[in-house]
Design a protein around this ligand. Structure first.
Ligand SMILES: O=C(O)CCC(=O)C(=O)O
Length: 327
């Protein structure tokens, strides 16, 4: 029997190829974690303890970026300069109270001119498969790129969005978004992530490996990006339950089992059993709709079935561990 036959038979039985590709993905992700630790060892302490209620409280002690925090005299920012916000109707206190109580706030709306500006950028700029600088394509050429790279392209990121897209830069410095973040974090917020990305049509199996180690983005999970963090999401395409809606579990930022502190990912069934299906919020909205979410809430994405989703994620935290490129 030839070696190829043996490998073929073993592969049939144990799916060696699938195992190998999962191992490669895991190695790449662990390598990313090592790079973050090498850049800022405080991340490791945070990652180990912020999952526990006591650890999050102790975060104030471990949080040493005093130059950013305590020297700020205008914290919390009550004197929001409305002229520097694009969100005319947004009530900062109402939004902050909602996030404190439910873990999210659903009332954000981008002005139409900003939606247009970002869409024009998105349809003309280079997109990178999973953010890989070696694998780029334009939106209209996605199918050719999939063939050329021999890949099922699921996630397409834009790189250097802040320097290339003025509208995104404007969002990151928006006075009302910053004020909500300051009030919620009870400290001066630092922008740590500014991301514009496509989720293309794909199935659950294909999406199962996307996301962080041990917490795929389509499984309910919470993020451990800092002791306290706040995210703003904006849809740039119309999103319904079949086109990549984001799901969030109301109140889960304040209530969890000890087991959840250890295991950041949980199945839909486990989440329904513990929190109840009424608390799972399926967030849908037209292009321009936005929401804020404490990423410590259980949340998950859903693979788009009918049309791709384009979404912005802005994240504010206490510390910038350098996990995302902000250029
Ligand atoms: O794509 C989504 O809606 C989920 C994103 C997510 O899970 C995350 O940012 O941690």
């Amino acid at each position: 029997m030839y070696i190829a036959d043996i490998i073929g038979k073993l592969n049939h039985k144990f799916s060696i190829v699938a195992f190998w590709s999962k191992t490669q993905v895991a190695f790449e992700k662990y390598y990313q974690y090592l790079k973050i630790i090498k850049g800022d060892h405080r991340w490791f302490i945070m990652f180990a303890i912020a999952r526990f209620p006591l650890g999050r409280t102790m975060g104030k002690v471990f949080y040493r970026d005093q130059s950013l925090a305590l020297t700020e005299t205008s914290y919390p920012q009550d004197d929001v300069n409305h002229a520097t916000s694009i969100f005319n109707e947004l009530d900062v206190d109402l939004a902050t109270q909602s996030i404190k109580k439910h873990g999210y706030y659903l009332g954000l709306q981008l002005p139409q001119n900003i939606v247009q500006e970002i869409l024009e950028f998105a349809y003309s700029a280079d997109i990178y498969v999973d953010g890989n600088p070696r694998l780029k394509f334009k939106y209209a050429e996605k199918e050719q790129a999939a063939q050329e790279y021999n890949l099922n392209i699921l996630i397409g990121n834009y790189l250097d969005v802040n320097s290339k897209c003025a509208a995104l830069q404007k969002l990151g410095s928006d006075s009302k978004l910053n004020a909500i973040a300051a009030k919620y974090l009870e400290n001066k917020p630092v922008l740590v992530r500014s991301q514009l990305a496509w989720n293309f049509i794909g199935n659950k199996e294909d999406y199962a490996q996307k996301g962080e180690i041990g917490s795929p983005s389509i499984l309910f999970h919470y993020d451990l990006d800092d002791y306290r963090a706040l995210k703003f999401f904006f849809y740039l395409t119309d999103v319904d339950t079949l086109s990549g809606s984001h799901r969030c579990v109301a109140g889960s930022h304040n209530q969890r089992k000890l087991m959840y502190c250890l295991l950041r990912s949980q199945s839909d069934q486990e989440i329904v059993d513990y929190y109840g299906s009424d608390n799972i919020i399926d967030i849908c909205g037209s292009a321009g709709f936005g929401f804020a979410e404490d990423p410590f809430c259980f949340h998950r994405g859903s693979p788009p079935v009918t049309s791709p989703r384009l979404m912005i994620q802005l994240e504010f935290a206490l510390n910038n561990y350098g996990m995302w490129n902000l250029s």
